[in-house]
Design a protein around this ligand. Structure first.
Ligand SMILES: Nc1ncnc2c1ncn2[C@@H]1O[C@H](COP(=O)(O)OP(=O)(O)OP(=O)(O)O)[C@@H](O)[C@H]1O
Ligand SMILES: [Mg+2]
Length: 396
């Protein structure tokens, strides 16, 4: 629990939220009152072997009613004796959480200590020796942060996700929140403890893109996933991580991106995009999508994550800056998702991608302790040269 800044998180539930606010305002009596209530609640929870509450780092963040409903309904399910059901798919511990009737899935909880290569991984994957996660440039125990970050950064079409709003994001990442949950149904080889993890809304689906060829997927649906994956330099976009839902009105396929535990890595080495070879990726973006991409701002995104409690490590912030820059420059030049995405992925295991080459060249061109802004200027210049060569548009 020591890595990833988890120890700095302060859990609050809806009942204690107001106390936290007062505490934040520096009122000593309220702080003591809050701590006393926390202790009573924790004791009660331990006695009952049951706890579920969101983890909120910044009391200014207000969860949407949709997220509270998910938490409350999940709690009611546990309280009614419906144990979490471990998914048979995936490499980590992912648990389907039921409602009070036990008939309906409400959410999916992924504890950080059950991630692949983490201590309590239920699938017997070996422990990470140096803390590196299953994908290059990620750390074991940080999957939940990345899951939540993908939701926070999935801004709705017409604006930015400043607080937890009910608006559906552009790519449709299901609402996701950091949570603390105590239940015997999780993997507890060394005794019952409360677990931190991501709690994501369960989305009704008819399987994943693993079960079906891409022919039936609307272009717009594929394009929204391409934008999300490129922005976040997703290192785990395989077909199983895109669920297929249905639009209620017209029964059209809706693609639902899940499993973002390996986005925003510190390097581009493991970027893989399932959609790269789908025909829709070779079609140009629509004007609406281009406008959306133009509205993206990596600095604002980094600030937003910080506001929500995740101070991105420099290298992850850099990844977001570079991928956002590439996406924006790419669409300015009229490039397709395929053309941009190809620059981010390795053609073969041992051949660096174009973006890796750009980063390396930029690092070589600046002094070791240069500022991030100067480094990004170097990236921008080298990226322009590459894109000009590719698009045959020599400006000099
Ligand atoms: N929000 C969701 N709604 C519905 N089903 C979900 C959701 N999230 C996960 N699942 C189901 O649970 C399975 C495992 O979840 P997930 O892919 O997030 O876990 P993982 O262990 O990280 O997987 P991977 O091996 O791809 O890294 C998924 O394949 C999917 O079937
Ligand atoms: Mg998965």
């Amino acid at each position: 629990m020591s890595s990833a800044g988890v120890s700095t998180l302060s859990p609050v539930s809806r009942e204690t939220f107001d106390y936290e606010r007062k505490y934040d305002a520096g009122k000593e009596d309220a702080r003591r009152e809050y701590e006393a209530i926390e202790q009573i609640m924790s004791r009660k929870a331990l006695d009952r072997g049951l706890l579920l509450e969101p983890v909120i780092v910044n009391p200014k963040v207000e969860l949407s009613s949709e997220v509270w409903d998910m938490i409350d309904t999940t709690y009611d399910g546990l309280d009614n004796g419906n144990s979490p059901i471990r998914s048979s798919e995936g490499t980590g511990g992912a648990y389907f959480m039921l409602d009070s009737t036990g008939q309906k899935y409400v959410s999916v909880f992924k504890p950080i200590d059950e991630e692949p290569m983490a201590m309590n991984n239920p699938r017997g994957l070996p422990l990470s020796l140096d803390g590196e996660g299953l994908k290059k440039g990620t750390r074991v125990g940080q999957g939940a942060f990345r899951e939540v970050a993908a939701y926070i950064l999935d801004h709705p079409m017409g604006g930015r996700r400043s607080l937890f709003g009910d608006d559906k994001g552009f790519a449709g990442v299901p609402p996701t929140v950091m949570a603390k949950c105590l239940h015997e149904g999780f993997n507890h080889p060394e005794g019952l403890t409360a677990k931190f993890g991501s709690l994501q809304m369960f989305m009704e689906n008819n399987g994943s893109c693993e079960d079906m060829g891409p022919g039936a997927f609307p272009v717009k649906e594929v394009h929204k996933i391409t934008v999300l994956d490129m922005r976040l330099a997703n290192a785990d976009r395989h077909a199983g991580n895109i669920l297929i839902g249905r639009e209620k009105e017209n029964d059209q396929a809706v693609l639902i991106p899940i499993d973002h535990g390996y986005c925003l890595p510190t390097s581009f080495e493991d970027c893989t995009f399932e959609w790269l070879y789908w025909p829709q990726a070779r079609q140009p973006y629509s004007p609406e999508v281009i406008d959306y991409i133009k509205s993206l701002d990596a600095e604002e995104d980094i600030a937003l994550l910080k506001f929500h409690g995740w101070d991105l490590p420099l290298e992850c912030a850099r990844t977001l800056r570079i991928s956002t820059m590439l996406l924006k420059k790419g669409v300015e030049k009229g490039m397709t998702p395929f053309a941009i995405g190809s620059l981010m992925c390795r053609e073969s295991l041992n051949k660096e991608s174009v973006i890796e080459g750009i980063v390396k060249a930029a690092l070589d061109s600046v002094l070791p302790c240069t500022s991030e802004a100067t480094f990004m200027d170097a990236v921008s210049e080298i990226m322009d040269q590459h894109l000009d060569e590719i698009t045959g548009n020599y400006n000099s």
